[in-house]
Design a protein around this ligand. Structure first.
Ligand code: PFF
Length: 445
């Protein structure tokens, strides 16, 4: 099977494009707000450096050595029990499941790009009412934009690694960075910037409980796109002889920097013009538009640019969420790329409609089980179970199953003396940490 290869910069941008997503700009600021700022950020940063970075190298390694779709890579790299280990490759399914709600959220963002141009809500109360009306009663608007997201994402996937994914990332990622940096520069000039800095970097340990800890670790995984085969699948198309360690470094660095920049910028705006930090998932859809309103005309421009950046972040992550299964069907079932992309696209699109309906009054009751509706269940099952499980499997696979000599050959030249530390952390620290996170998220601990 001939696979088109990413260029070096193309790979870094695509993997960073996968990592930098709604998780960075939508989720990170609001969870930081909910858990009181500095201490949460610190735990998240430590996790990213100690666990995230080492799993990033491990996941890249599986793809890079395996050179195929996730399932085949696991199968080929396992010296024994191939049929068991190939199950590891099915973590690619998690990406497809995430897309069920991710695409709906991208739809909301598209809608906000369009409406922010002409109208911003004057108060938080108005913003909240507007958002809730869309969420709970406007099926058609949501369906329309969810459809656009589906068509865009599927189209890019039909074009393949080079002409689709690499090209998308080469355009969208730099644009996103320019928009965010521009808005960040403006935020730095406001007097509330220092307040945002102290909120994000002064740890208040009283706000930290085991829950905050687990959320920080889970978020580090989600934001780095780990445990779902996305990075692994991209790495199958990395150039031969690539330096996995510097590649992993760049992805982690860009992802973390962009999350921090986005957080500082949003909190500055919220302090200056709005209602302060802790506003939950509605933060960018509710508090932020009301803050943009206070800025006057520049607020409209900022709002549109901000939602464009957010949409770009979401789209570049989306293609990486679907690509593992697309690659799987191409490699294992001889699907053409067109057929694989369209069938995977239709899968998340159609089930996405159920997720969308599960927020709508009138359907909500039928689509709610226990304390969560379908939308929230998908989010929960992927984040709480599939993702940490994927990370755990990968750490064990690289730490114990693949022959050490092969791991050494690919990684040691770039890590030097730190190789043994990395290997140890992969074998012992990471699996234990992942296990604890999983149990706590599932409510066992
Ligand atoms: N990292 C993305 C974000 O922060 O929004 C989400 C994501 C993309 C998770 C791809 C996992 C993945 F494989």
């Amino acid at each position: 099977m001939k696979i088109a290869r990413f260029s070096r910069i193309g790979f870094i941008l695509a993997a960073a494009g996968s990592a930098v997503g709604l998780g960075n700009i939508w989720k990170f600021p609001y969870v930081t707000g909910e858990y009181g700022g500095g201490a949460f950020v610190l735990i998240y940063l430590i996790t990213v450096i100690l666990i995230g970075f080492s799993i990033m190298i491990a996941e890249m390694l599986i793809g890079y050595l395996g050179r195929r779709d996730g399932v085949t890579s696991f199968e080929e790299l396992a010296p024994r029990n191939k049929n068991l280990w190939k199950l590891g490759g099915f973590q690619g399914l998690a990406g497809l499941f995430i897309m069920i709600f991710y695409s709906v959220v991208i739809g909301w963002i598209f809608h906000y790009v369009v409406t922010s141009l002409t109208h911003l809500p004057a108060t938080v109360a108005e913003a909240e009412a507007t958002f809730n009306t869309m969420l709970n009663s406007d099926v058609w608007t949501q369906l329309f934009y969810h459809t656009i997201a589906f068509i865009w994402i599927t189209y890019v996937l039909t074009k393949g690694i080079k002409g689709g994914i690499e090209k998308l990332n080469m355009i969208l990622m730099p644009t996103l960075m320019i928009i965010l940096l521009g808005m960040f520069a403006y935020a730095v000039s406001l007097d509330t910037f220092s307040q945002a800095v102290s909120f994000m970097f002064t740890p208040d340990w009283s706000k930290i409980d085991s829950d905050a800890f687990v959320v920080a670790v889970g978020h580090a995984f989600f934001t780095l796109s780990l445990g779902m085969g996305a990075i692994m699948t991209y790495s199958a198309s990395m150039e031969k002889g690539s330096n996995l360690v510097t590649n992993a470094f760049w992805v982690v660095f860009l992802d973390t920097t962009i999350a921090i920049i986005a957080g500082l910028m949003l909190f500055t705006f919220l302090y200056q013009y709005g209602a302060g930090p802790a506003k939950g998932p509605g933060l960018v859809f509710i508090s932020l538009p009301a803050a943009f309103y206070e800025m006057g005309i520049i607020g409209n421009i900022f709002a549109v640019l901000f939602f464009i950046a957010l949409a770009f972040a979401g789209l570049t992550s989306s293609v990486s969420l679907v690509e593992p299964m697309v690659q799987y069907f191409i490699d294992r079932f001889n699907f053409t790329r067109l057929k694989a992309a369209i069938s995977m696209g239709l899968f998340f699109y159609l089930i996405g409609i159920i997720a969308l309906l599960s927020n709508i009054d009138g359907y909500k009751e039928a689509l709610t089980w226990g304390d969560k509706n379908f939308f929230d269940w998908v989010d929960y099952i992927t984040a709480a179970i599939m993702l940490p499980l994927g990370g755990l499997v990968m750490a064990i696979f690289v730490g114990f199953v693949i022959e050490k000599s092969r791991v050494e050959a690919a990684v040691k030249p770039h890590l030097g003396f730190a190789f043994e530390i990395w290997y140890f952390s992969l074998r012992y620290i990471t699996p234990i940490a992942m296990f604890i996170v999983m149990l706590s998220l599932m409510g066992v601990l």
